[in-house]
Design a protein around this ligand. Sequence first.
Ligand code: BTN
Length: 257
Amino acid sequence: MTASLPPFDFARFQSLLTTTLIGRPLVYRPVVGSTMDLARREAAEGAVHGTAVFAEEQTAGRGRRGRTFFSPAGANIYVTFILRCSLELHRTLPVRVPVAVAEALAAVVPEAAIKWPNDIWVGGLKVCGMLIDGELEAEGPVAFPGIGINVNFDPSTAQPDLQRIATSLAAVLGRPVDREALFARLCNELERTLAAPAADVLARYRERNLVLGRRVHVSPVGGAPFEALAVDLDDAGALVVERDSGVRETVTAADVT
Ligand code: BTN
């Protein structure tokens, strides 16, 4: 799958892009430290709403809570979007972004589902992680949703501990995946999902999630882990859980390890 890496086909990507804003322009780099950092620099220099900062490989890919995100070259998708949106829209991105990503991936692998708070899983393994940073610039708020999708990566080349938890779309399907088509679909879905009413997006999240109505393991930052029933999700992506005692509490992605 990674033996010969096809170059990114810009013409094909653009021919499939139906958006007016998202994915326009595309800032493309063969290698970066992290697209999160490059996107911040591009935004500080005035990059427009919708700009996609895309890399073939990251040498310092970032995950949640300061973890590293393994980002080898392998015809994958490592992208950070620059979204100049209202604070209200920004608040709902933890729901909107996973829904857009999951729906784009589901066109390729129908069972793709959202594992709260920020992963997409297929068959019990992670194929995608997301991270949403934000900044209040002089011109207004900017959000930086970063999305890493294992598209054509060969999981057998990864460390054994990573192989136990992650895979790629190509490994699931047993054939290479057209990532330009997938990336164009992701941009199209993101534009559609950013414009949709919050209640509709929440309903779409509910359809595709792996958590609601199930028992979950909650690992609070600096607190004792516990098991609880996931009973609800609010429009900002916070999860309402019910402990065995019947006590309900709300946990956000920032609260859990
Ligand atoms: C996680 O799984 O904890 C989140 C992973 C987010 C990875 C993406 S890849 C594109 C962007 N650049 C990064 O350094 N991180 C995000």
